[in-house]
Design a protein around this ligand. Structure first.
Ligand SMILES: Cc1cc2nc3c(=O)[nH]c(=O)nc-3n(C[C@H](O)[C@H](O)[C@H](O)COP(=O)(O)OP(=O)(O)OC[C@H]3O[C@@H](n4cnc5c(N)ncnc54)[C@H](O)[C@@H]3O)c2cc1C
Length: 422
């Protein structure tokens, strides 16, 4: 009889909340990474690859991770949630100890991560990429209960499937209302990609339906490209109501599916409230955001300004000019791993790293647009956009260009998720 496979070992360890291979070794440096999404998984895998003598533990709050990127295609009913859901077997197989458990606090003074179950994991350095929390309470009437009637679907998983099913059940000629926060929030172009892909679905199953975007700001990422595409693909279906015209959302009512803004009331048959956000709770509880909503860091090393020895990246942090995207978080994770590996060796990290981001958005499964940016730390230690590098897709491009960009989006997604989870 043979013993359990690594997959079975991980599954067993996960259900028991135990450490999945390999065991820690005395005398070796130990780095604990909190959050098994884009930033954390990139950091853990890169660090193990470039510093194999370092013990790396990745704390994940569930044994599977569903990505927000491409979740709008789930809403469009083009792909199932399983297409964007990944486990951690390959991460463990790469030598990272995967620990399933919720981090309650990162205690920088004692150098331990305290888990919700009371266990503690000691570290020499910690890397924290726990993403966002929804700021329930920022909009009166919107809480976890209301989110069952008015899903946010801004963390992928059950909320995505809930909103997908509501869209499918919308009455003929019904209205889909989306409330969008002011910056900063996770994925600046995400709401507008969502409006596009919901329109793609509705134009097939419910062609007289309408989409109203109640925006907390007056302009948005790739706006001209989105609006050009909406005129072309979904004429008359999507209305964008900027902040200047709605005056800001004052409250919502889940019972009547109403969004009350200062100048107008919007009633929907399906209402998607994307509330303001903060760094995930564990970062706030650990004091990594000071008195604010987002973590402040040294933008060259990602080391927390409030907690020495703790690095924070991804959506939870303000990382110079970089937008809150999965692409950004994965690049930051890799760069941060190099910084940590250097410091563990007693060496100075490379200080002139160039970081990249590209945010692709789909307006339909074969119509893609993008914005790309290049970022470098300047003499004042700020991670700034490099002028004249990057940029948007061209306006008035033909179908072939849009189709090619949709293909690039899919290639980016499949390549990155294979690197992280495959
Ligand atoms: C609709 C939508 C579409 C998007 N599309 C794109 C796109 O096309 N391209 C792109 O680049 N980005 C996109 N994004 C943005 C992208 O999802 C985020 O920027 C990215 O996930 C940030 O990575 P992260 O590591 O900071 O957080 P995450 O990827 O969210 O990872 C954080 C992980 O840590 C876990 N965690 C939180 N607290 C704890 C705790 N206490 N203990 C243990 N684990 C914890 C979380 O549950 C999560 O699994 C999109 C976002 C949305 C909402």
């Amino acid at each position: 009889m043979t013993g359990p496979t690594r997959r079975q070992t991980l599954a067993m360890a996960g259900s028991a909340g135990l450490l999945a291979a390999p065991a820690l070794s005395a005398g070796r440096a130990h780095v604990v990474v909190v959050g098994g999404g884009f930033g954390g998984t990139a950091a853990a895998r890169t660090l193990k690859e470039i510093a194999p003598d370092t013990d790396v533990t990745l704390v994940v709050d569930a044994d599977r991770f569903s990505t927000c990127p491409f979740s709008n295609l789930v809403l469009a009913d083009e792909i199932p949630l399983s297409r964007i859901t990944f486990g951690f077997d390959a991460v463990a197989a790469a030598g990272v100890s995967v620990r399933v458990g919720v981090a309650a606090e990162i205690d920088a003074a004692r150098k331990v991560v305290v888990l919700q179950d009371g266990n503690e994991i000691g570290f020499d350095r910690a890397i924290v990429s726990p993403g966002i929390d929804l700021n329930f309470g920022a909009i009166p009437g919107y809480d976890a209960g209301a989110a069952q009637r008015m899903p946010h679907a801004w963390k992928a998983g059950v909320q995505t499937e809930l909103l997908r099913d509501q869209i499918g059940a919308m009455p003929p000629g019904g209205t889909f209302v989306m409330s969008v926060p002011n910056n900063p929030y996770r994925c600046p172009p995400g709401p507008y990609e969502r409006a596009s892909l919901v329109a793609h679905r509705l134009s097939r199953i419910n062609p007289t339906a309408k989409i109203i975007i109640v925006d907390g700001k007056d302009s948005f990422s790739k706006q001209s490209l989105f609006m050009e595409g909406w005129d072309r693909l979904y004429p008359g279906m999507i209305t964008h109501v900027p902040f200047a015209e709605n005056g800001g959302v004052k409250d919502v009512d889940a019972a009547t599916l109403t969004v009350e803004a200062a100048f107008e009331t919007f009633r929907g048959d399906v209402v998607n409230v994307i509330p303001p956000q903060t760094a995930a709770g564990v970062a706030l509880r650990s004091g990594l955001a000071g008195d604010g909503d987002w973590c402040q860091i040294d933008q060259a090393t990602f080391e927390s300004e409030t907690a020495p020895g703790v690095h924070v990246l991804g959506d939870a942090a303000i990382v110079g000019d970089m937008p809150k995207s999965g692409f950004s978080a994965s690049v930051q994770g890799a760069v941060c791993a190099h910084v940590v590996a250097s410091w563990l060796k007693g060496a100075e990290p490379v200080s002139d790293a160039v970081l990249l981001n590209t945010c692709y958005s789909l307006l339909s499964p074969d119509y893609g647009i993008s914005v790309a940016g290049v970022y470098r730390v300047n003499a004042e230690g700020r991670l700034k956009s490099v002028r004249d590098a990057g940029g948007n897709s061209p306006m008035a491009a033909d179908d072939g260009v849009r189709q090619a960009e949709a293909g690039f989006a899919l290639s980016w997604y499949d390549t990155l998720t294979r690197q992280l989870f495959g």
